[in-house]
Design a protein around this ligand. Structure first.
Ligand code: NAD
Length: 356
């Protein structure tokens, strides 16, 4: 892999490899862009086939974090760490304290958090060695309710565009996946007076849980969820669910959920949804509630301040939808333009010397 060529093409700042023989810790931290603030992004532990796969993953994920933080209005840059290893075998106190020590060497240019196979209890060990870690249980807690809250407000902003009113009352929904975020989203929608809510799941325990908690919500088989005649389709499970096969089957007016990487091919399927007359809420904008929540740990965590900032997902989506219209482009592309514009503007604003 031609790393410097890739870094130059996409404007990366730093790529750091680290290894600790005693604990078997082997990882890579990538800092994409710190124009807005320190790079923040979780640590993912994965048994990558080879080092190039791990490198490409950390590069892509870090860049995604730059745009997510910028579009969320946060003073954060984008970064990420990947650890190469088998989560069943490598995890222990020494391993995560070792990680904490490497994070500390970056002296605050990078702040870590949870991601796949790295959980709040692992971060407690990381926190023994570094201050540059967020998402701690005793601080901001579980991010999922906050992610769903942001998604709820994003759905309201999307309804306003399509129906002229952001009221949830009587609107109909198809929720794909009722794990952490899907469950909380169903609760917010139901409490706000939604009409019929359908959901799908593949995990029997979750199907039972939703049936007991919300008896008025209707289960449908996984493959039937796409063609329901509802106002909003909310992907809250997997990525790549908007693709050549599913988009032609949709009868909804809006696609807006918590899942990451919803579009199989960003450019192609963003445009396909636009051409089908379906409003797509860009995933990295509507699902930023969890990120906004952990960001508040850096400000001295107060729940009401986090909630206040999460509500602003509504306003940002409104701006992005307007921008998409002005530029005659799809909403995913508009969200990226929005994020890049913010980075460019703030870097200009900060070019003056001001004593604080
Ligand atoms: P989760 O694992 O708790 O829930 C996902 C659910 O989807 C599971 O119950 C699973 O059984 C179900 N599922 C999987 N495949 C399915 C299928 N084909 N049809 C129907 N259901 C299926 O995960 P989560 O934390 O709710 O996250 C969901 C999505 O949101 C992921 O893409 C995640 O990356 C994204 N996200 C989550 C957060 C957060 O705060 N948890 C933040 C940002 C983005």
């Amino acid at each position: 892999m031609k790393k410097f060529e890739y870094m130059e093409k996409h404007g990366y700042e730093q790529l750091v490899y680290f290894h600790d023989k005693a604990t078997g810790l082997k990882g890579i931290t990538c800092i994409h862009n710190t124009t807005l603030g320190p790079a923040l992004g979780g640590t993912r532990l994965w048994n990558y086939d080879n080092e190039d796969d791990a490198t490409l993953d950390v590069l892509r994920l870090a860049r995604g974090m730059t745009y997510k933080a910028a579009a969320a209005g946060l003073n954060l840059g984008g970064g990420k760490t990947v650890l190469i290893g088998d989560a069943e075998k490598v995890k222990n106190e020494g391993y995560f304290r070792g990680l904490g020590r490497y994070v500390q060497t970056l002296n605050g240019r990078y702040i870590t958090a949870e991601d796949v196979n790295v959980h709040a209890k692992d971060l407690d060990f990381v926190n023994m060695e570094t201050d540059f870690v967020v998402g701690l249980k005793h601080k901001s807690g579980n991010p999922s309710p906050m992610t769903s809250l942001g998604c709820f407000h994003g759905i309201r902003a999307s309804l306003k565009v399509i129906f002229g009113s952001d009221s949830i009352v009587g609107r109909t929904f198809a929720v794909q996946g009722a794990g952490e975020t899907g469950d909380y989203l169903i609760e917010y929608l139901r409490d706000a007076g939604a009409g019929q809510i359908y959901f799908t799941e593949i995990n029997e325990k979750h199907i039972k849980k939703i049936g007991e908690k919300y008896p008025e919500v209707t289960f449908v088989e996984p493959d039937k969820i796409y063609e329901l005649d509802v106002d909003v389709f909310a992907p809250c499970a997997l990525g790549a669910v908007m693709n050549d096969k599913t988009i032609p089957r949709l009868k909804c007016k809006i696609v807006a959920g918590t899942a990451n990487n919803v579009l199989d091919d960003e450019q192609k399927h963003g445009l396909m949804l636009k051409e089908a007359g379906i409003l797509y809420a860009p995933d990295f904008v509507i699902n930023a509630g969890g990120l906004i929540n952990v960001y508040h740990e850096l400000q001295g965590y107060k729940r009401e301040n986090a909630v206040n900032d999460i509500e602003k997902i509504y306003d940002r989506l409104e701006l992005i939808y307007k921008l998409a219209e002005e530029k005659d482009t799809d909403t995913q592309e508009a969200a990226k333009i929005f994020a890049k514009d913010r980075i460019a503007t703030i870097s200009t604003v900060r070019s003056n010397f001001v004593k604080r």
